[in-house]
Design a protein around this ligand. Structure first.
Ligand code: GDP
Length: 433
């Protein structure tokens, strides 16, 4: 599959495969063509014994009881000998395991190193590796649904079938190159080839229509809560988050900065921002906070103005939603038209707000995603194959176009020998993948 020249000796590398910070377990992956013998001895592992072992790893002044998974080559993700050390998720323990590995000459991996090796060893194609990464970057259920055809290999199979048709076309074209037009190549043959080209173009164009290149999967949609001080913005923020992370206080002006937290609503990931109350700030810090509040509105998908009374606020910015909070204290007062009545204290009206938020969120349905690179190559293939050929050089020009188009399609799987391009692709991956 891969045709890139691999350096003779690939060093052993390691990386944390789980997020940094504290967790029950942290997974450190180690891979190499030849994992240092001394390290295997330290972990009491036999080079070829595939399995899962409990090991008390001595980290100097203390030890950690770990689960060690041993995947001898070639049956591993990278195709090399791969070890997973499942230690306890404490940053100090993780750092000490790293130090231990450094001591055996194992080097820290760069982003995408594990997948790059998997690709170089023919374990995954380039588009498969990309689809794995995009699956990790997906922000919501819809992203994952849209990525399904790419991640499951369905798109790859379609492109593979089109490559096969293109290859047959090229064979037909090249066989005609041995004859000149004068030799009496029939119009029938020529029409047949033109029809094949049309069919391939039709299939490729259908892919372009049904798929969309992913530009920035990690860009989240954002909702900003804004309004005067003490109206219950932080309380509403906490209600949305269902946890107390923002400061709730009855002293006006407590939220001086923008507090951000991401929530998942019906499978959609949304970053919610709680901002400082807008009024003429008394201190310089408060003024700064208020400026930040207005700034937070820039580029936000949804803005929510919160108030607790029916007053005309002088500097009220235009927002998508208006929330009238503290209705538990309203006792018969009417709610102005266009406002969502709500009580952050009791939770009343929250369902209406959440419904409105979901309505406003940009959720594209029935779109299939693929990587920008894959989409770009399909586009280029269509352009190349559509290039006109005059009647006289019909076979020569179409043969050349088909050759160029085939190169572009095969590049999708990673069938090329440009290590620089390869590095650019894998650099976008996360460390440990
Ligand atoms: P912020 O300054 O706009 O962020 O307002 P806070 O969330 O800090 O709330 C200010 C005060 O109003 C606090 O004492 C809250 O407990 C209270 N509060 C917030 N929401 C409600 C509500 O729906 N009903 C009632 N009765 N009090 C609320």
């Amino acid at each position: 599959m891969a045709v890139v020249e691999v350096a003779d000796k690939i060093d052993t590398i390691y990386a944390l495969a789980t997020p940094s910070g504290r967790s029950a377990i942290a997974v450190i992956r180690v891979t190499g063509t030849s994992i240092p013998k001394k390290l295997l001895e330290k972990l009491s592992l036999q080079k070829n014994s595939r399995g899962c072992f409990v090991r008390k790893i001595d980290l100097g002044d203390y030890s950690d009881k770990c689960l060690v998974l041993n995947f001898p080559a070639p049956e591993s993700y990278t195709g090399e000998h791969l070890i997973e050390i499942h230690c306890h998720g404490n940053p100090v323990i993780i750092a000490d395991v790293f130090t231990l590995l450094d001591g055996y000459g194992v080097e820290e991996a760069s982003p995408g190193d594990f997948s790059k090796r998997a690709y170089l060893n023919g374990k995954v194609s380039l588009d498969e590796a990309e689809s794995l990464m995009l699956g990790i970057q997906a922000q919501n259920k819809n992203d994952l649904i849209s990525l399904e055809k790419f991640r499951s290999g369905d798109l790859g199979q379609k492109i593979f079938n089109i490559s096969n048709s293109l290859e047959s076309l090229l064979v037909a074209l090249e066989s005609q190159l041995d004859f000149s037009d004068e030799d009496g190549v029939s119009d029938l043959e020529r029409n047949e080839i033109a029809k094949n080209i049309e069919q391939i173009l039709h299939d490729l164009k259908r892919l372009l229509k049904n798929y969309r290149p992913i530009r920035d999967l990690e860009a989240r949609q954002r909702a900003v809560i804004i309004g005067p001080p003490n109206v219950g913005k932080s309380s509403l923020f906490n209600r949305l988050l269902k946890e107390d992370i923002a400061i709730v206080s009855n002293t006006p002006g407590t939220t001086r900065d923008v507090v951000r937290k991401t929530i998942v609503m019906e499978g959609i990931e949304l970053e919610v921002n709680d901002t400082a109350g807008i009024r003429n700030g008394e201190t310089l810090v408060e003024q700064e906070g208020i400026e930040k509040s207005y700034k937070a509105l820039d580029g936000a998908e949804i803005s929510i103005w919160v108030s607790d009374q029916e007053s005309n606020f002088k500097n009220k910015p235009k927002t998508d939603l208006l929330v009238m909070n503290k209705i538990d204290l309203f006792e018969g007062r009417t709610i102005p038209k266009g406002w969502i009545p709500l009580s952050a204290k009791t939770g009343e009206g929250m369902n209406v707000l959440v419904e409105e938020l979901i309505k406003k969120l940009n959720v594209e349905e029935s779109v299939f995603y693929t990587s920008e690179r894959v989409y770009g190559n399909i586009e280029k293939t269509v352009k190349t194959l559509s290039a006109s050929s005059n009647e006289k050089d019909f076979y020569e020009i179409n043969a050349q176009n088909a050759r160029d188009a085939l190169i572009l399609l095969k590049e999708i799987y990673g069938d090329f020998d440009n290590e620089k391009i390869l590095d650019q692709i894998f650099q976008k991956f996360c460390i440990g993948k």
